[in-house]
Structures are given as C-alpha cells and as structure tokens.
Design a protein around this ligand. Structure first.
Ligand code: SAM
Ligand code: SF4
Length: 330
C-alpha cells in the first residue's frame, strides 16, 4: 500500500472532498442568496469519467477517504452510479456523502448498496417552522424521513451537522444534543462562518466554548474517541447516550494542525484550504489526457503549498474567503 502524501507541515493528506455539483434544492440563508446564483456551465462541471479518474489518481497516491459533496450531491443525475464506481476503486477505504437530506429517503438504500459507509446530514433545527426560515423551504419532515431511512438502511455513522447561529437556532443546542440519548447519531455543532458579508449575519457566531458549556449543563459529558476520523471535530459523549457529540470550531479555534484534507470544486479546481484563494486547475489536465503521473505531480505540488493555517480569526477574515460553501463543497 502506498503511504499518503504529506505536506510541508508533516500533515498526512489522505482525505478528498469531491464536490460533484454547485446546484442545490435548498437556499439556506447562510449559504446561498434567495434566488440562487449563476450556475457553472454544464460543460465546465467535471464529468463522471473525470471524477472517477481523479479518484483513481488520488487512490494511487495513497489517499483512502473520499467524501462526495456539493451543492447538493443527490440532485446530480445518476449519483449512485458515480458512488458505486468510486467505491470499487482499490485503495478507497471510506466513501461518504454530505447531504441536506431532502432526497435521502429515496436514496438511502441505493447509497448503501453503492458503497456509501458514512453519511453527514445537515440539520440546523428540529422545528419545521424554523427549518423553513433557515432553508427557505418547508421540507423538514422529508429530511427527518431521510435520516430514518438511512438508519434503516444500516448506514453508520449518521452524523447530523447543525450550524449554530445566535438568535436563530442556538436555543436548540440542548434539544439537538438530546437526540444522542435516543439515537446512535453523532450530533455535531458547527460554528457559523460569516462567508457572506451581510448585516444580518453580524453577531451570529456562537463560539465553541459557549456551545460546550451549554452541553455540559445538559448532562455529564466525557471526551469520546474520534473513531476513524482524524478530522476537525472534538468528540464528546453524554453518560449513557447512544450517540456522540462533536464541536467543529473553525472560527474560535484553529483545526488546521490536524487538517488532512483536500477539496475539489465541481468545476475541477483543487483547493488545499477551505479559506484560501489559491486553486489548482485539474480539469484541463484531466480533459487534455495528461498522464496519471502528471496529474498526481500537480496535486503533490499543490499539497506542498498547503497553508499551515487559515486567517479566520484575524481581521482580514472576510477578504480571505473567495467562494461560499455551496461552491467550494462543504
Ligand atoms: N448541500 C449539502 C448540505 O447542506 O449538507 C452539502 C454541501 S453544504 C455547503 C456542506 C455544509 O456546509 C453544510 O453542513 C452546511 O451547513 C455548511 N455550511 C454552509 N455555509 C456555512 C457557513 N456559512 N458556516 C458554517 N457552515 C456552513
Ligand atoms: Fe444547499 Fe447545503 Fe448550501 Fe444549504 S448548505 S444551500 S443545502 S449547499
């Protein structure tokens, strides 16, 4: 087995987040404008053959984990075929997907059969009316059905990701955390990142220490192991709970020292840091038939320039973010 590449700071890079579309069937207020955004031209989106070849190349470099994301990955036609092809690539040990869950009840079994082992579902609230405000859509019950369908299909772990926003859903931290008593889910709280420069997002950040303090008031909390992931979340567990809790704190605490990931946008741009402006084009080399070694070299060069840490806590925060999450692939 080939060892995964390391960057200049000795971080092992073994995880690729592959965005397969910039389109989405929701319009979450913190992610997309109400009337959407100009779509990337269809011809500029990586085709399935190109995505599979890219996955084969990174697997050949020793990277073993791929997460399919977007936009909303389940809106892309024939997504199951893509998952199946990627999951069969030798060296890919873990194939997962991040979804808003709207279409999950239709796809859960298919995803399992196509080799998806782990799933992340975004769920910021347990209240249908609030869900409608946050996502500008009334599909809360569809999402909940989807989560149940994923559980019935035996997909595990199921991680529920909630972006915590002051004055919007911070009053639900406890209720969301309580789900772990009833279900074996990992409920993860993500600090809101103010990507979009709008006044309504001022003051929305709830820092991780405050989220943690709120969780401690619910029940005794112990540190839990990180499972397979060496990603950015800190893991906890309530005594007697079935599931785990996680806090992802990109703003108040650098998770950069443990960053093991690369991202590729739907139009084939490699990003080594969520918050960086630097991108390396992979679409042209894939399209013009460059060899596997040439493309792998291009990826290795980008890895060697992966920044040590992001600038999020600094005053320059907003300037350093060049694309919103739906476009980068969260
Ligand atoms: N559409 C899928 C979904 O919502 O799960 C996948 C893509 S979405 C961009 C990936 C993740 O990014 C979601 O969990 C979403 O909540 C998160 N996200 C988007 N904008 C964010 C922001 N401004 N701050 C923190 N997380 C954000
Ligand atoms: Fe769509 Fe996900 Fe962005 Fe919401 S967070 S608008 S579901 S891409």
């Amino acid at each position: 087995m080939v060892a995964p590449p390391t960057d200049s700071f000795k971080r092992k890079i073994d995880y690729l987040r592959l965005s397969i579309t910039d389109r989405c069937n929701l319009r979450c207020t913190y992610c997309m404008p109400e009337h959407g955004v100009p779509k990337i031209d269809h011809a500029d989106i990586l085709r399935y053959e190109e995505l599979v070849r890219l996955a084969e190349i990174v697997a050949g470099m020793g990277m073993s984990k791929i997460r399919i994301t977007g936009g909303e990955p389940l809106v892309r036609k024939d997504v199951l075929t893509l998952c199946e092809r990627i999951s069969r690539i030798p060296g890919i040990r873990s194939l997962s997907i991040t979804t808003n869950g709207v279409l999950l009840s239709d796809f859960a079994r298919g995803l399992r059969d196509a080799g998806i082992k782990r799933i992340n579902v975004s769920l910021d609230t347990l209240k249908p009316e609030k869900y409608a405000l946050i996502t500008r859509s009334d599909r809360f019950s569809r999402v909940w059905e989807g989560i149940m369908a994923a559980q019935e299909a035996g997909i595990s772990p199921i991680k529920l990701n909630a972006v915590v926003m002051n004055g919007v859903n911070d009053d639900e931290i406890e209720d969301l955390a309580h789900l772990t008593f009833k279900y074996p889910f990992h409920v993860r709280f993500i600090e809101f990142m103010p990507f979009r420069q709008q006044p309504e997002f001022e003051g929305r950040l709830v820092p991780a220490p405050e989220i943690l303090a709120r969780l401690r008031r619910v029940a005794p909390l112990a540190l839990a192991d990180n499972g397979e992931s060496n990603g950015p979340a800190l893991h906890y567990r309530f005594e007697g709970a079935l599931g785990k809790l996680g806090i992802i704190s990109p703003v108040s605490d650098h998770f950069c020292p443990s960053c093991n990931r690369l991202r590729v946008t739907a139009d084939g741009k490699l990003r080594t840091c969520l918050f960086s402006r630097e991108e390396t084009d992979l679409r042209l080399p894939l399209r013009q038939g460059n060899s596997e070694e040439e493309i792998a070299d291009r990826i290795r060069s980008a890895i060697s320039l992966k920044p040590e840490k992001h600038q999020l806590s600094d005053a320059v925060f907003r300037k350093c973010i060049s694309r919103p999450m739906f476009s980068i692939g969260g």
